[in-house]
Design a protein around this ligand. Structure first.
Ligand SMILES: *[C@@H]1O[C@H](CO)[C@@H](O)[C@H](O)[C@H]1NC(C)=O
Ligand SMILES: *[C@@H]1O[C@H](CO)[C@@H](O)[C@H](O)[C@H]1NC(C)=O
Ligand SMILES: *[C@@H]1O[C@H](CO)[C@@H](O)[C@H](O)[C@H]1NC(C)=O
Ligand SMILES: *[C@@H]1O[C@H](CO)[C@@H](O)[C@H](O)[C@H]1NC(C)=O
Ligand SMILES: *[C@@H]1O[C@H](CO)[C@@H](O)[C@H](O)[C@H]1NC(C)=O
Length: 483
C-alpha cells in the first residue's frame, strides 16, 4: 500500500512542520529523474527537491557518476540504468560487466553512500520500434551484470531487472485473462521471467494510459482515469473500470502462463504529460494523478491482486526539452515539475484530500529577464518562415502545436515564440537574436495568456550537459536505425 499509516505523534509533527515536510507521502511512490535537457538542473538541487517533497525513491536511466553520487547520504532508494546501446558490450564480456559494477555500483556502496536497489539493464529494449535490435543481447547482459554484482558481494541487496514497455505482452481480445507475452519475444521473455524469479527480482513495466488514449481514437476517455466514469469491462468474474488495472492484470496473466504467480511488480513509469497534445494538459494530468494517488492510498490492488502493495515511479520529475519528439510533441512535457523545478499544479500524493503545491526547487539560477521577439515594425512575415523553422529545429517549439498551451497565438506571436526559444536555448547570446534583422531583445515579459515564454536557467555545467547530449545522441541514433 502506498498510503502511509502514521502514528499520531508523527502525524502531529508533520502538521507542525507544514508544507516542507513529506509532500509526496506515499511509501511506494518514486519518480524518474531523466536528464535529456539542454539545461539540466544541478544534481544537488534536484536531490534537495526530492527531499523537500518527501520523495524517497528515484529511478535514473544511466549511472552518471556526478548524478548518482549526489544521492550519497540522502537515504533515497535508487534504481540506476544501463542504456540500450551498451547491452551488446555486457552481453559479450563478463570482464566489462565486472568493470561496470566496480565503477558504477561498488564505488557507491559505503556507509552513508548511495542506497542502490536495482539496476535496470536496458530501457524498453523490446519496443517494436527498435526492430529486434536488443532482443538477443538483453538477457545475457542482465546475467553478466547480476553475476558481477553477486561476485562483488552486493547480490542480496541489489537486483538486476529490465524496465520494459507494456507492449511486451498483449491480449488478442483485450481481456486480461487472454494476456500473453508477445510471440516474437516469447522465448526471451520466458528466460528473463524465470531468471528474475530465481533471483527474487521484480518485473519492471511501464504503463501509460495516456498512450492508450493517444494512440487509439476510439479509446473511451474515462477508461484512462481511475474515477470509474466509463463503462466497465468484464473478464470472467472480474470487472475492470480503468485501463491501468486491466493492463497490470494482463501482465499477471502473462506471468501466470509461464508458471509464475507471485512475482513482485514495479511500475517503472506511470504519469501524464501536460502539454504538446489535446489530451496533454494540466487538467487531465491532475485528474490522472488524483485518481492514481487515491488508488495507492486506498490499499486496493487490482482484480487479480486485490491486496497489491504497488510500487510506482512517476514519469517524470522534470520536463526534458531534448527528448525525441518522434512519439509525439507531448514527450517533452511529462514532468510533475517544469524544466526549472517549478511545480505545475497542486497534487495530493497522500490520496486523502490534502491538495497542495509541491515545493519548488531551491537555488535555481536564471538568466536575465530578457526575451527575443519579432520587431514591432516588421509588418510582412512572408519570408520569415525559414527563420522560424531554423529556430524551432534547434530549440523546442512543441508548445505551439495543435491543442497545446501556445496554439492560439497569432502569427506574430508564433514567430516571437520561436525566436525566444532559440535565444534562450543559446543562453541569450546576442547573436542568437538577429534573424536577419527582424528580431529584437526586450525586457518586458513576452508571455501571452497561458502561453509561457520561458527564461532559461544557468546550465549545470558542461559535464552534465555532455552526459545529456550523449544520451540524446543515443536515442536519436536508435530511432535513425529504423527510419
Ligand atoms: C559507468 O557508467 C557510466 C555512465 O553510464 C559509463 O559512462 C561508464 O563507462 C561506466 N563504467 C564502466 C567501467 O563501464
Ligand atoms: C502558429 O503555429 C502553429 C504551429 O505551427 C500553427 O498550428 C498555427 O496555425 C500558427 N498560427 C498562426 C496564426 O499562424
Ligand atoms: C535577409 O534579408 C535580405 C534582405 O531583406 C534577403 O535578401 C535575404 O534573403 C534574407 N535572408 C534570409 C536567410 O532570410
Ligand atoms: C512572465 O509571465 C508569465 C505569465 O504571466 C509568468 O508565469 C512568468 O513567471 C513571467 N516570467 C518572468 C520571468 O517573470
Ligand atoms: C528490421 O530488421 C530486418 C532484419 O534485420 C531488416 O531486414 C529490416 O529492414 C529492418 N526494418 C527496419 C524498419 O529497420
Amino acid at each position: 500500500m502506498a498510503g502511509v499509516s502514521m502514528v499520531p505523534a508523527v502525524w502531529a509533527a508533520v502538521m507542525t512542520l507544514g508544507a516542507v515536510f513529506s509532500v509526496v507521502e506515499g511509501a511506494g511512490i518514486g519518480v524518474n529523474w531523466g536528464i535529456l535537457s539542454s539545461h539540466p538542473l544541478r544534481p544537488n538541487i534536484v536531490v534537495k527537491l526530492l527531499k523537500d517533497n518527501g520523495i524517497k525513491k528515484v529511478k535514473l536511466f544511466d549511472s552518471d557518476a556526478w548524478t548518482v553520487s549526489s544521492l550519497s547520504g540522502s537515504k533515497i532508494e535508487t534504481i540506476i540504468g544501463i542504456p540500450n546501446d551498451q547491452l551488446k558490450k555486457f552481453a559479450k564480456s563478463y570482464d566489462d560487466a565486472k568493470d561496470w559494477v566496480k565503477e558504477n555500483v561498488t564505488s557507491h556502496m559505503f556507509e552513508g553512500g548511495v542506497d542502490l536497489r536495482y539496476v535496470s539493464v536496458g530501457n524498453e529494449a523490446f519496443l517494436t520500434a527498435y526492430n529486434g535490435s536488443f532482443v538477443k543481447v538483453t538477457f545475457p547482459a542482465m546475467q553478466n551484470i547480476q553475476k558481477a554484482i553477486d561476485a562483488a558481494g552486493h547480490g542480496k541487496k541489489i537486483k538486476v531487472t529490465t524496465a520494459l514497455n507494456a507492449d511486451v505482452y498483449e491480449s488478442s481480445t483485450n481481456l486480461p485473462s487472454d494476456g500473453e507475452f508477445r510471440p516474437d519475444i516469447y522465448s526471451t521473455m520466458k528466460d528473463i521471467v524465470h531468471f528474475l524469479d530465481r533471483n527474487k527480482a521484480p518485473f519492471m513495466v511501464n504503463i501509460y494510459p495516456f498512450l492508450s488514449l493517444y494512440q487509439n481514437p476510439n479509446f473511451p476517455l474515462d477508461y484512462a482515469f481511475f474515477d470509474g466514469g466509463g463503462k466497465a469491462t468484464n473478464d470472467k468474474d472480474k470487472s475492470y473500470t480503468n485501463v491501468f488495472d486491466a493492463n497490470y492484470d494482463t501482465l499477471i496473466w502473462s506471468l501466470k502462463k509461464l508458471g509464475v504467480s507471485d512475482m513482485k511488480i514495479i511500475v517503472g513509469e506511470v504519469g501524464w504529460p501536460t502539454d504538446g497534445n489535446k489530451f496533454a494538459n494540466v487538467n487531465l494530468a491532475k485528474r490522472f494523478y488524483d485518481g492514481l494517488f487515491k488508488k495507492l492510498a486506498s490499499g486496493d490492488g487490482t482484480p487479480m491482486r486485490p491486496k497489491e502493495k504497488f510500487e510506482v515511479y512517476l514519469f517524470g520529475l522534470l520536463d526534458e526539452d531534448m527528448k525525441s519528439v518522434l512519439p509525439g510533441f507531448f514527450e517533452r512535457h511529462w514532468g510533475i515539475f517544469q524544466f526549472d523545478g517549478k511545480p505545475k499544479f497542486p497534487m495530493d500524493s497522500s490520496g486523502k484530500g490534502n491538495d497542495k503545491m509541491l515545493v519548488a526547487a531551491k537555488g535555481v539560477q536564471y538568466l536575465e529577464k530578457k526575451w527575443c521577439v519579432l520587431k514591432k515594425n516588421v509588418k510582412v512575415f512572408d519570408n520569415i518562415s525559414p527563420q522560424v523553422d531554423y529556430a524551432c529545429s534547434l530549440s523546442d517549439c512543441t508548445s505551439l502545436g495543435y491543442g497545446s498551451s501556445c496554439n492560439n497565438l497569432d502569427r506574430r506571436g508564433n514567430i516571437s515564440y520561436a525566436f525566444n526559444m532559440y535565444y534562450q536555448m543559446q543562453d541569450q547570446s546576442v547573436e542568437a537574436c538577429v534573424f536577419n534583422g527582424s528580431a529584437e531583445i526586450v525586457k518586458n515579459n513576452a508571455s501571452v495568456g497561458s502561453c509561457l515564454f520561458p527564461i532559461q536557467i544557468v546550465s549545470a555545467g558542461e559535464r552534465l550537459k555532455a552526459a545529456a547530449a550523449a544520451m540524446v545522441g543515443l536515442v536519436l541514433s536508435l530511432f535513425a536505425l529504423r527510419l
